[in-house]
Design a protein around this ligand. Structure first.
Ligand code: IMP
Length: 416
C-alpha cells in the first residue's frame, strides 16, 4: 500500500468513470487515513455513497465517505449545492456513532443552498418533460433547480447564513416569486426561512470565505483527497447530454469547484465497475438483457443509494473508459466489484476492433470461481487476472486497486 500511496502525491482526486455508483466511497474510505483533508467539490445530495462501517451499511449524501475518520479535515467546496436539513441529519447521525463532524468541517461561503421548493421544481420539470421531450430521471433532490438559480444569479449561498433574518427573508421571497412565476410552484417561504435559521445556528462557525479556503488548499502543507461525486458520463458538458446531472463531475470540475490551482493536482484515480450501471434515462449501449441484467443487479446490489431505484445493468464499454480517462487524465484505475462477475461463464465487453474504429463485442471467458475478499492479485483466478490485464492493455492505464467485496479491506492494492 505504502508505495501506491506515495505515488499519489500530495493532492489526489478520485473520479467516477461511468454513470456514477462505481464505488468511489470505498476507495476514498480506504485512502483517507493517508491524507489530512477530504474534500467534496460539486453536486449535492443526489450522490449516495454507501460504505460498510462497523458491520453497518451507511449512506452519505453530502459528507465525503472519509468522514468516519476522526481528525481529518472535511471541506465542502464552492461548486456544491447543499440541502441543509440533509447535512444536519448526516452530522447528527454520525454524532450518535461518536463521530464528531462540526469541529473539522469547513463549508465554502460560495456553495449554494438547496431549498425544499427546488425539489418541487425538479418534480414539476420532470412532469413537463414526460409530456414533451421525455424525462431525464433525476433524483428529484432539487439539484437541477439549484444550479439553475445559481446560473440565474438568484441562488442563496452559504454566506447568507451569516446575514440577518430580514436579509434572508428577502432572498427567499425573491426565489419564491420566481418559483411561482417561472415554474408554477408555490414555496413555503416561512418554512424555508425557519430551516435556514436552524441550520445557521449549527453551521455558522463552519463557513469560510473563498480566500481562506484557497489559501489553505494551495498552501502545500496538507495532503488532500478529493472525492468526486456522480461521474464523468453524467458531466453537464462532457457527459451524455441531456441525460446528465447539472454539475461538473470531472477532475477539472472538482478543481474548479474547490478553487484549487489546476497544477496542484498530483494524481487522479479513475473508478470503474468491472461491468456498468446507470440510473435514470439516457443511452446505455452496453445495457444487458435479462436474465444477465438481473444477475448483475442482484449480485451487485444494484439499487440506487439515494432513490432506491433498480439500476440498469450492463457490460463494460472500453470506448467509454478511454474517453473518461482522456478527459480526466487518470493515472490508474480502481476497478470495483470484480466479484460480481464471479459466476459469469463469459463476460461481454464492448470495444473498438480491427483499428478501423468499428465497435463490436468481445466475449472474455469468465473465471467461475470466488474472488470475494481477495487482497492479493496472485490469489485471483487466472482468467480474472486476464480480465484486469485486458482493461490495462485496452486503456493503457494500470489497474492499481481492485474491489473484491463489500466490506472494508476487501480490496487488492497493486504497487507495481
Ligand atoms: P440529478 O442529478 O438529480 O439532476 O439527476 C440527473 C441524472 O443524474 C439522473 O439520471 C440521475 O439518476 C443521475 N445521477 C445523479 N446523481 C447520481 C449519482 O450519484 N449516481 C448515479 N446517478 C446519479
Amino acid at each position: 500500500m505504502n508505495e501506491f500511496i506515495a505515488s499519489l502525491g500530495q493532492i489526489c482526486a478520485v473520479i467516477g468513470a461511468q454513470w456514477g455508483d462505481e464505488g468511489k466511497g470505498k476507495a476514498v474510505d480506504a485512502l483517507t487515513e493517508h491524507f489530512d483533508v477530504i474534500a467534496r467539490a460539486s453536486g449535492g445530495a443526489n450522490a449516495g455513497h454507501t460504505i460498510i462501517f462497523d458491520g453497518k451499511k451507511r449512506v452519505f449524501h453530502l459528507l465525503p465517505s472519509g468522514s468516519f475518520h476522526a481528525g481529518k479535515k472535511i471541506i465542502l467546496g464552492a461548486g456544491m449545492v447543499i440541502h441543509l436539513p440533509t447535512l444536519l441529519k448526516e452530522i447528527a447521525e454520525l454524532g450518535q456513532s461518536g463521530v464528531e463532524i462540526l469541529p473539522r468541517l469547513t463549508i465554502s461561503s460560495a456553495a449554494h443552498i438547496v431549498l425544499d421548493c427546488y425539489k418541487d421544481i425538479d418534480a414539476a420539470l420532470e412532469e413537463r418533460r414526460a409530456e414533451t421531450a421525455g424525462k431525464i430521471g433525476t433524483t428529484k433532490r432539487g439539484i437541477g433547480p439549484a444550479y439553475m438559480f445559481k446560473a440565474m444569479r438568484a441562488g442563496i449561498r452559504m454566506e447568507s447564513l451569516t446575514r440577518s433574518a430580514a436579509e434572508l427573508r428577502r432572498e427567499i421571497a425573491t426565489i419564491a416569486d420566481m418559483a411561482r412565476s417561472l415554474f408554477g410552484v408555490s414555496a413555503d417561504a416561512d418554512g424555508e426561512l425557519e430551516l435556514l435559521r436552524q441550520a445557521a445556528d449549527s453551521l455558522r462557525g463552519c463557513i469560510a470565505g473563498a480566500d481562506e479556503i484557497a489559501e489553505f488548499l494551495n498552501s502545500k502543507k496538507s495532503r488532500i483527497l478529493i472525492e468526486g461525486a456522480q461521474a464523468t458520463l453524467l458531466d453537464l458538458d462532457h457527459g451524455t447530454y441531456p441525460y446528465v446531472t447539472s454539475s461538473a463531475t470531472t477532475a477539472a470540475g472538482a478543481i474548479h469547484g474547490l478553487g484549487m490551482a489546476p497544477r496542484r493536482l498530483s494524481s487522479c484515480i479513475g473508478v470503474a465497475k468491472a461491468y456498468c450501471t446507470r440510473v435514470g434515462e439516457g443511452e446505455f449501449i452496453t445495457e444487458a438483457a435479462e436474465p444477465a441484467a438481473g444477475r448483475l443487479r442482484e449480485r451487485g446490489g444494484e439499487y440506487g443509494a439515494t432513490t432506491g431505484r433498480p439500476r440498469r445493468c450492463g457490460w463494460l464499454s472500453i470506448p467509454n473508459l478511454r474517453r473518461s480517462a482522456t478527459i480526466n487524465g487518470f493515472d490508474c484505475w480502481n476497478i470495483t466489484k470484480l466479484d460480481v462477475l464471479d459466476a459469469e461463464s463469459e463476460i461481454p465487453v464492448f470495444m473498438e476492433t480491427g483499428g478501423s474504429g468499428a465497435l463490436s463485442w468481445k466475449k472474455l471467458p469468465g473465471w467461475q470461481a470466488s474472488t470475494v475478499g481477495a487482497t492479493d492479485f496472485g490469489e485471483l483466478p487466472e482468467r480474472a487476472q486476464d480480465f484486469i490485464a485486458f482493461i490495462e492493455q485496452e486503456t493503457q492505464i494500470p489497474v492499481r486497486l481492485i474491489g473484491t467485496g463489500q466490506r472494508r479491506g476487501e480490496m487488492i492494492v497493486r504497487n507495481v
